[in-house]
Design a binder for this molecule. Sequence first.
Ligand SMILES: [Zn+2]
Ligand SMILES: [Zn+2]
Length: 339
Amino acid sequence: MKALVKYGKGENEIELRDLPEPQPQPKEVKVKVKATGICGTDLYGYPALRPPVVLGHETAGIIVEVGEEVKDIKVGDRVTTETTAYICGKCRYCQSQQYNLCNYRRGLGSAVNGAFAEYFVIRKESIHPLPAHLDFISASLFEPLSCATHAVMEQANLLREEVALVLGPGPLGLLVAQVAKAVGARVIMGGIEGDEKRLALAQKLGIDLVFKLEKKDLEEGLSNTLIGKDIDVVFECSGSTSAVKYGLKIIRKGGRFLQVGIVHQPIELDFNEFFFNKELSIIGSRTQRPSSWEKAIKLVNKEQVNLRELVSEVLPLSKWEEGFQKAREKSSIKVVLQP
Ligand SMILES: [Zn+2]
Ligand SMILES: [Zn+2]
């Protein structure tokens, strides 16, 4: 089968190869891939990547084979999957289903062959059936949606009526903003030059206020007069150093700052300004847990989030280079590949 292999840590060390089809172990299932989204981690790397590996972890497809010990999943089922391919099952994090923190965790498409391929295999516990009304392309966004429910509902514990500022209107930011709306918060979204299309979509999706930050706002950390409100929670989804600093400045005293985007370099912070003077909480959010998936599935079933609107391009897997190129451009939002 054709599969997109990351063979080194470098950004461009990726190629389409012919690999044998994977065979499920007794407790695994084999999925025929229908749609897999391109994630920022596929484009720019991620510490957990262990090449050589088939990339792809935001996926949906059809069960074509089940291992001999799998009873509750059938051939023909339409499914999506959590990215947990292996966990130790014994540590304190595994005991409380915080699999994202297990030291021995291996993820689909980062340490274990993933879903930019015709088929992949995965442990049965990670599989979720698709809601009947949902198409495969939309369903490939369940994984990033679960990252958003984890950040908003589990890590930030965002409340009704709170004011949330989402920085970075990429696919993850647009999902975080939608989940924050579903919780009942007032949601503001900030972008920069070039984000016009994404901010327009945010508006269409019902985000209360969108605005474009000027370069000087980011550099000087000035609060934007457009907002005119106390920001309770900032969700930093862009991964940019200047956005992190801006977010920390603009947040109210006693507020919460959520790191959702992956920041690629160390940042120097004035601890007295943020933690002594302002009593801020900085909260991490790493991927998702089974509980985040349950919340994501509920939101989709109640049609409180729109996934399909976020997909700007659908391309065949053979055109992955074009897809990766598009995914780097701000004129695209989520790019999905189909084998
Ligand atoms: Zn992802
Ligand atoms: Zn563990």
